[in-house]
Write a protein that binds this ligand. Structure first.
Ligand code: DAT
Ligand code: MG
Length: 140
C-alpha cells in the first residue's frame, strides 16, 4: 500500500476539553503525519454541507448543531494506508463499542459527541480535504 492522505477532524467536545494535543499525539504515534491543520468554528450551513450524506438520518439536526457548537480542528493526515489506519485509531462510532486504546474509547462522551471524524474511503477523503483546504495549505 502506497503513502496516502486522509481527512480528520477533532470535534467540539474534544477541543472544549483541551484534547487537541492528546488526540494528535495518538494519530502521530500510529504513524500518521499532520500535513495540514487549522482551527475552524464552522457555521450550521457548513456543517450541513459537510455532512450532506447524512441529511435523511434522524440524527442530522443533532449532528450538525453539535458540529457548529464550538471550534473544531480540521487536519490532513498522511501515511501508509492512512484512510484505514485513521479509522482504526479512531475506533467505532459508538464509544461503547470502541476497542481499547482507540481515541473514541479513551475520549468520546457519546455516539454523537465522539471526539473525531475521519474519512471512510479514498474518494470521500479527497472530497473532504478539498472542502476544507486549498491545495497550497497541505504541506507534505
Ligand atoms: P463515523 O463518524 O464513525 O464515520 P457515521 O459516518 O455513521 O460515523 O456518522 C457520522 C456522525 O454522526 C458520527 O460520528 C456521530 C453521528 N451519529 C452517527 N450515528 C448516530 C446516532 N445513532 N445518534 C446520534 N449521532 C449519530
Ligand atoms: Mg462517517
Amino acid at each position: 500500500m502506497a503513502i496516502e492522505r486522509t481527512f480528520s477532524m477533532i470535534k467540539p467536545d474534544a477541543t472544549k476539553r483541551n484534547l487537541t494535543g492528546a488526540i494528535t499525539a495518538k494519530l502521530e504515534e500510529a504513524g500518521l503525519s499532520v500535513v495540514a491543520s487549522k482551527r475552524v468554528w464552522m457555521s450550521l450551513r457548513q456543517a450541513e454541507a459537510f455532512y450532506a450524506v447524512h441529511k435523511e438520518r434522524p440524527f442530522f439536526g443533532e449532528l450538525t448543531e453539535f458540529m457548529a457548537s464550538g471550534p473544531t480542528v480540521v487536519q490532513v493526515l498522511e501515511g501508509e494506508n492512512a484512510v484505514a489506519k485513521n479509522r482504526e485509531v479512531m475506533g467505532a462510532t459508538n464509544p461503547a463499542d470502541a476497542a481499547e486504546g482507540t481515541i473514541r474509547k479513551e475520549f468520546a462522551l457519546s455516539i454523537g459527541e465522539n471526539s473525531v471524524h475521519g474519512s471512510d474511503a479514498a474518494e470521500t477523503a479527497a472530497e473532504e480535504m478539498a472542502f476544507w483546504f486549498a491545495g497550497n495549505e497541505i504541506v507534505g
